[in-house]
Design a binder for this molecule. Structure first.
Ligand code: RRO
Length: 330
């Protein structure tokens, strides 16, 4: 199957990305992984100041996958500019890189985008609106608060012309609404999903993770990610990055069938750092049944933005004036 795909004004040689938080800033994996064999990767989320992260243990496993509570450990904006991005610029040639940014407030997101935008070495930003482990916000992700999503995305949009992805949460019961809010505010694409809040206890009742709760990832997240991608596909026209529980090419194909243009590999690459290369290779060797020559052919039709606009809940609400509203109040 032909796996190259044109998106965000460029060509991805294949649709496989390494997800944020699974490959550092690339260099950490470069001895074992041929990063340039991938479609791309997303960096560890960057905050304004360096962070040590949460207390150990920060990862633990269970039957359905794993849990983490890294707590946004990262070198901060300044070192990302002076050390991490120059390495990417000099060493990554074919893979496309998104820098993940995570603020503790709207202003911090905007300062991060403004503070990185003129650096070299990366294609676009992923706004991490869905970290479940930010103790400064009590684990409450921005992605579950649509007005904040709109503020962050539109503020970021005003500060960069680069492709802008908004990363949404798996426990969003109305993810199609959040997806529309992000796209209306100027997101060029959406990443679905981050890890799902969870808790593992040892037999004595103590949390297995040092921080208490954490984010669930791995095979258990596959159906949750597929549902989110499918809902966002029906509600928006922008490219989607599907993520959650991808372990092999068949899972990646399922994400494409749900509407994803790119797929992220996360937990699978902890067990096998070369999982991304393997999935890209297996997709290239994939023999679809009939009428499908390329990865893009797997995807369902994308909604027409004009029709989509007519169907917006906000606009519907605006149109519901006069008689109709009066009828509801009766
Ligand atoms: O650093 C983390 O603990 C973390 C982040 Br920022 C995130 O977005 N998702 C996750 O599972 N862990």
């Amino acid at each position: 199957m032909k796996v190259a795909i044109d998106l965000f004004g460029t060509t991805f040689q294949n649709p496989v990305l390494l997800a944020a938080g699974t490959c550092g800033f690339g260099r950490e994996l470069s001895d074992v992984v041929d990063l340039d064999a991938l479609g791309g990767f997303v960096t560890k989320s960057v905050t304004l100041e360096p962070r040590h992260g949460n207390p150990a243990p920060r990862v633990t496993e269970f039957g359905g996958g794993m849990m983490n509570s890294i707590g946004l450990a990262n070198p901060g904006l300044a070192r990302t500019r002076t050390e991490k991005l120059p390495w990417i610029r000099d060493n990554i040639h074919r893979a496309h890189v998104f820098v993940s940014v995570a603020g503790h407030s709207v202003e911090e997101f905007l300062d991060l985008v403004a503070g990185l935008d003129d650096a070299d070495g990366f294609l676009g930003f992923e706004l991490n609106l869905s970290c479940p482990n930010d103790t400064r916000r009590g684990g409450a992700p921005f992605a579950l608060d649509p007005p904040l999503v709109a503020e962050i995305v539109s503020g970021a949009r005003a500060r960069t012309e680069r492709p802008l992805l908004a990363k949404l949460a798996p426990n969003d019961l109305d993810v199609s609404k959040t997806a529309r809010v992000a796209v209306d505010a100027g997101a060029d694409g959406l990443t679905l999903v981050n890890t799902l809040p969870g808790l593992l206890l040892d037999p004595g009742g103590a949390p297995e993770l040092g921080a208490g709760q954490g984010g669930v990832s791995g095979p258990a997240l596959l159906p949750i990610g597929l549902r989110a991608v499918s809902s966002a596909r029906a509600a928006t026209h922008v490219p989607l990055v599907g993520l959650g529980g991808v372990g092999g090419a068949a899972d990646a194909v399922a994400y494409a069938r749900a509407g994803a243009s790119l797929v992220g590999i996360g937990t699978a690459s902890f067990a096998d750092p070369r999982a991304g290369e393997r999935v890209a290779r297996d997709l290239r060797a994939w023999r679809p049944r009939s009428g499908i020559a390329s990865w893009s052919d797997l995807q369902p039709p994308v909604p027409d933005p004009e029709v989509e606009a007519l169907d917006r809940p906000a606009q519907t609400a605006e149109r519901r004036t006069g008689e109709e509203t009066a009828a509801w109040r009766r």
